[in-house]
Design a protein around this ligand. Sequence first.
Ligand SMILES: [Zn+2]
Length: 189
Amino acid sequence: MTYPWPSDVTDVVAVRRDLHAHPELGFTEIRTAARVEMALRALGWTIRSGRDVFDATGLPGLPALPVLESAADRALADGVPAELVTRLAGGHTAVIADLVGSRPGPRVALRFDLDALPITETDSADHRPWRHGFASCHAGVMHACGHDGHVAIGLALAAALSTHDFPGSVRMPFQPAEEGVRGATPPQR
Ligand SMILES: [Zn+2]
């Protein structure tokens, strides 16, 4: 059983379960970033993503080219639109979303993490994700740090903001490779 991506991202349980079932390691979060981008676009947020806004060149822990290429292939096989895969591939798995409020005010940034960990999820029968059909479908990779819930909360908050009156503006960076503190490292050049 898999949990389909909900039509309404305020269904945080369904979003979290979809993400939990499809964990992706740092710099390979193409499916996750694409889900985020498509959901936020549908909510009316202004999106910049991938190569347009993030340069992974030289970042610590950037996977080898074959790993990055197989991540792109997996995302395509998973139904991610080719245009999005092209923009997000090669380790450029960042999404920055902006929404401007109805009147002047402060700019607030709220950061969310996209990546999972190289941990094998237990197959114990009493493990909740197994009982409810949303255990990791990628061997050796698991959302064991809670970024599945982190992203789900971010999207639900984005949905709430898009239908509420607020001052100022909100920027949501969805960061690749938080684990190991890699994805926000300033370029070493
Ligand atoms: Zn983490």
